[in-house]
Write a protein that binds this ligand. Sequence first.
Ligand SMILES: Cc1cc2nc3c(=O)[nH]c(=O)nc-3n(C[C@H](O)[C@H](O)[C@H](O)COP(=O)(O)OP(=O)(O)OC[C@H]3O[C@@H](n4cnc5c(N)ncnc54)[C@H](O)[C@@H]3O)c2cc1C
Length: 274
Amino acid sequence: MGRENVVQVEARGIYASNAQSMKEQAFPTLLSGRFANMTVSEMYKYAWKNMTREKALEVPSYRDFLCQQLGSEGCEFYSARDVLKREYGEESTLFRYEKNRDFSYFSHEYVRPAGGLSDIANAVERSANRFGVKMYARERVKALNRKDNMFTVHTDNFTVSTKKLIIAVPSFPFKDITGDVAEEIKSNRQFEAIISKPAFKAAAIYSYPWHQTKAGSNLSRHDLAKWAKRPFPEEEIFIVGEAYSVLSEWNEGALLSAYNALKEGWEIEQPEHY
Ligand SMILES: Cc1cc2nc3c(=O)[nH]c(=O)nc-3n(C[C@H](O)[C@H](O)[C@H](O)COP(=O)(O)OP(=O)(O)OC[C@H]3O[C@@H](n4cnc5c(N)ncnc54)[C@H](O)[C@@H]3O)c2cc1C
């Protein structure tokens, strides 16, 4: 039986099993000069060497930044290394800079809950049940309004009034929610700065699995998270979720933003004790 060729990367119509082979076949000009002996991760480190927040703000588009640091071929090659082709141009350099910094404490020793990620949702459900929380599954929120010092939540089948409101709908589906509260949130520059990134995994396609900050807004994720924690200073509205967090793309971000809301609105410091 012949040896099977495993294709990991594709660029310019060439399929290769590793980055070096791709470099040799599709990016021959990189075989001489500064990047000749660098691996992809060494090129990444080179691009970010001596990087500061000020420099990140000077080049708002992450793609422009990569091309400035690595040259046009270098940045094409760097972008080609992913099986999933990303549009780096839409992403902000500040977002990437802060992400590198904020994720630096990650051990990258991944732990999977015994029953999968749904263990987290199940634990939250058990905890909510202990407090007598009434839950409605599969109810789509359609509108959020203010009425007589209260908030009203309109779903497919119900209208609920409440003094305090936690919004946990990611920014992509949130765009379809109407009502004065929702419209005010949507018109905010913090909300407008969030972009969702599509992903393809095995045979599944997700329209808005992860979020980033778009190029040109130059908004810090820390400022965005601070805004979401209480978007209107005098009002009891809290927006939570990965889309609005500092550690975007991970559950950790969603959980931390929920913790911030609990601290802000209920003075709960250690939710894990509940
Ligand atoms: C394939 C894949 C693999 C991943 N792997 C990992 C991993 O290994 N580790 C990790 O930490 N993270 C992982 N993530 C990321 C993680 O799933 C997210 O960070 C996390 O789910 C974000 O939580 P959230 O509450 O912000 O949003 P979501 O989990 O998206 O929850 C938002 C909820 O809002 C609901 N909703 C939307 N619109 C409305 C509406 N109008 N009314 C009412 N409800 C609405 C949605 O149905 C959804 O249930 C993965 C994501 C994907 C797609």
